[in-house]
Structures are given as structure tokens and as C-alpha cells.
Design a protein around this ligand. Sequence first.
Ligand code: SF4
Length: 400
Amino acid sequence: MTPIELYIHIPFCVKKCLYCDFLSGVFDEKMQRRYTAALCTEIKFIAATHPNCIISTIYVGGGTPSWLSEDLMDAIITTVKECFKIDPLAEISVECNPGTLSAEKLNVYRSIGINRLSIGLQSANDDELKELGRIHDYNRFLHTFDLVRKAGFDNVNVDIMTGLPHQNITKLEKTLNSVTMLRPEHISAYSLIIEKGTPFYEKYRFDAVKQQAGMETEELPTDEEAYRLYKFTMEYLENKGYKRYEISNYARNGKICRHNVGYWDRVPYLGVGLGSASLFDNVRTTNLRDIYKYVEISEAIDSGTIPSSELSSPYFDSEEQLSKKDAMEEFMFLGLRKIEGVARSDFFQMFGIDIEAIYGPIITALRNQGFMEAKEGRLYLTDIGIDVSNQVLSKFLLDK
Ligand code: SF4
């Protein structure tokens, strides 16, 4: 049996946040039902083409999966259980947003085996939440968090953001203090990125360019301020007992997100749903991104016709066989995001060659510059290496 991870994409949100470029949108309940039926068809389809797999983690992401009614979530998880073998100790996570959960919904989640929730707070300051275009205020988040705990969830992540417009240490400290007082098991702290095609891009793109050029900005924190906010977050969380295990992720009592760690370790994963990616047998695929096409394909399969495709699944938009070189690069890029880095033995086991034979001169140069360290058979980035991780990781491209 091959251990795999399963990602399930739910592309629905109550309202689109102003900075968000994720594949999600506002659709009525009729489309949510149609999409869920299509998703269940795809789950059956992909299970039939991937026998002998056992699922170690399931991650339902989005979008706002918790916006789906409980019967739809039940239908999805039940279909997965009917089609795949699942490790009895599997981590089953669902992304949630404040204001989209109820006690009844959470009871259904528990009854179907969901055992980890990830709540998108982003900030404890209502003015920042409004600026981001979020649907909730801080009190609404508190109510949701309370419901989650009362329902018995003991593995909960809270997402927060740094680098927000007009954010300063005082505001960030309020968010960090408010969140850590609640003692969630896990905190993810991501920096705001101004993405093309979003209302934030229209509003802040000149500031973002100035920020990247290290110039004085008007509304976004300057490059230097953004760095201070990031460092402050790291030190604050570590002082409160949250151990950083990846560039943006912190856990207490070892409650890391197993699904994400598997992804950084290149455990094979299957993605179902709109736009989702899979990596299996070193073949990377992505699903199409048009929701109407997606449901039509499933509806055709339900009626007994498998739509023709040049790729190996009618759901695919792209399919790429990774070369050994691609796989090695990815092993380094993803593995070095983890604070513990990569194991030399894993590289050898995966590629049949010593890591030094491929990356020896790069590793030596990075160690001499203080960006990388080696200990107990592992290679990892130092704090200053992580600070400039984009530049450091680019050194592992083999064509350079
Ligand atoms: S809730 Fe999440 S996925 Fe939905 S629009 Fe906001 S940031 Fe994007």
C-alpha cells in the first residue's frame, strides 16, 4: 500500500476578500450541490485509477470549505471513505472561516472523523479585517473559536497575516497576544502578498513596487518594517511556546500540520476538485479551473461517458512527468522550508546518489556564507539563510 495525502478543493466563499487570488468565488447553494456531486464523482474516478493507496492525511481547503452545509461535507468525506483505505490515525483537516460554523455543523464534522480545523482569523484588529475585506470581526472569530473548543476539537490552527497596510508592532502585538491567549495548537503567520488581479493590486501596486525596491512606502510597511514585523512574530510566538517548524508555521506540543509536512517531504498526493494539483509517481498534474467544465465532466461520467482528453484524465489541465533533476530541485526547495531541513539519507534513498555529488559546491558555499548548517546527517538553513530564503533556494536550481 502506498501512503498518500489527499487534498480536496472547495472553491466557495461567502464574499471575496480584497487581497485574495485563490481559486474561489461566490456561488449559490445550487452550484454548491452540483459541485459537491461532481467532486464525489471525481473522487470515485481517481480512486479507481489509484488502487493500493492508503490515505494518511486529508486536507479540505479552499475557498471556505466550512461554508458548505454539513450534509455536503458529510457526502464528500463519506465518499472518500467508501473509495479509499484510510489510515485509522489519519489527520483530517478542514479550513474554516469565522461565522460559517455552528454547533450542529461541528458535531457532524466530529462524527465523520474530521479532527483538525484551521481558522482564518488574519488579524485581531477590526480595522485591519475591514481593510482586508474579511466577512468577520474579532468577536465573531472568538465566538467561532469557542464553538470549536466546545465541540471538542483539540487540534486547531489559527491563520494570521503580517505586512498589512498601516500595520505596526503595536497592532501586530495585539493580534499575537489575542491569539496566543487562546492557546490554539498551531499558528500560521503569512506575509501579505499583493497579487495581480485583486482589488489590493489596484490599490497598492505602486507601494508594493516601492517596498520591493527598498524605498519609502505610503500605506504598506516598508521592506525594513515588514522584516521587523516578521521577526517580531517569530520571537513572540517562540516565547509563548510555539515552535517554528517551517518558514511560516508554528506548533506547540508537536501538533504540526502533518499534511503540509508531507507535502514538503514530497509524499505522493492526489488533489481533487477545481484547480487542484497532484504529485504521483513523479507526475505532476493540475485540474482545470473552469467550474462549469468541471461539473460537466463529472456529469458526463455519471451518465456513462468518459469525455475524451489528450491527458490521462478528463479533469486535467496539465500533466508533466518530472525529470530526476526536477525532483531533486523540488526536494531541496520544499525540504529546506522546514526548520529541520533535509536528511542526507532521504536524498540518497530517493535518488540513489549522495547529496554532495549533486550539490556539494553549493552546500559548501552556503555554509561558508553562514546561510546553511549541517548537523546529525541533516542540512538546514540558518536564521539568516531563512531571511533570504528566496535567494538561497534559487541556488539549488541545477541549470544555473
Ligand atoms: S476567505 Fe480565503 S479563499 Fe475566500 S476570498 Fe477570503 S482569503 Fe480568499
